[in-house]
Design a protein around this ligand. Structure first.
Ligand code: AMP
Length: 214
């Protein structure tokens, strides 16, 4: 099964992708994670993407489509992919259609996670992750059970994304509304769009996604 989680920054796409992966064989394909890894590695893609990401703007379609195409050639994606943060523009959506067709893959569903803008700045600017396993936390909504210790793996180091500050979040939200929200219309036209309330708690959103996926 190949699905897209569509939604603004802070909608919970990454959180839900990680939960949906457990026990299903699906892999999370997060272009944000892949670009951050490229920046950390100092690769050519990373050097081109760094400043754009820090400004909360979109990395070029050409770069992002190239990264996704390479990732889909890796064998672990054959059992199914959860696209998280991709596609983000009409050109990326059209490129994804072509890539999937060329690789003999099918897009099963697009899950749109709806969250009011007013909640997103708070959600994004309070979040942090375990540096070892990537488990997500939030300053007010989801602190580790034992302060300073990851619930999932016991590590004691955490990190925050440099683009998760209030000012950059506003730029990312503007990019979402200008370039990504129109994809809701695109996928409604294909009959594959499903909508869930992304404002419910994490478990309720997971149940809603599982229900629409059938
Ligand atoms: P994310 O982790 O999905 O919030 O992405 C972090 C940043 O990476 C975004 O603000 C963009 O600068 C860049 N990025 C991630 N995915 C894409 C994409 N599909 N198209 C363009 N830029 C992207």
């Amino acid at each position: 099964m190949n699905i897209i989680l569509l939604g603004p920054p802070g909608a919970g796409k990454g959180t839900q992708a990680r939960i949906l992966m457990e026990g299903t064989g699906l892999v999370q394909l997060s272009t944000g994670d892949m670009l951050r890894a490229a920046v950390a590695a100092g690769s050519e893609v990373g050097r081109k993407a760094k400043a754009v990401m820090e400004a909360g703007q979109l990395v070029s379609d050409e770069i992002v489509i190239g990264v996704v195409s390479d990732r889909l050639d890796e064998p672990d994606t054959k059992t199914g992919v959860i696209f998280d943060g991709f596609p983000r523009t009409a050109a990326q959506a059209e490129a994804l259609d072509r890539l999937l067709a060329a690789k003999g893959l099918v897009l099963d569903a697009v899950v749109s996670m709806e969250v009011d803008d007013a909640l997103l700045v708070d959600r994004v600017s309070g979040r942090f992750t375990c540096a070892a396993c990537g488990e997500g936390y939030h300053d007010t909504h989801k602190m580790p059970a034992v302060e300073g210790v990851c619930d999932k793996c016991g590590a004691t180091e955490f990190k925050r994304r440099p683009d998760d500050n209030a000012e950059t979040v506003r730029a990312r939200l503007a990019a979402y509304h200008a370039d990504t929200a129109p994809l809701i219309g695109y996928y409604t036209g294909t009959g594959k769009l499903q909508t869930v309330d992304g404002m419910a708690d994490i478990g309720a959103v997971t149940r809603a996604i599982r229900e629409v996926l059938g």
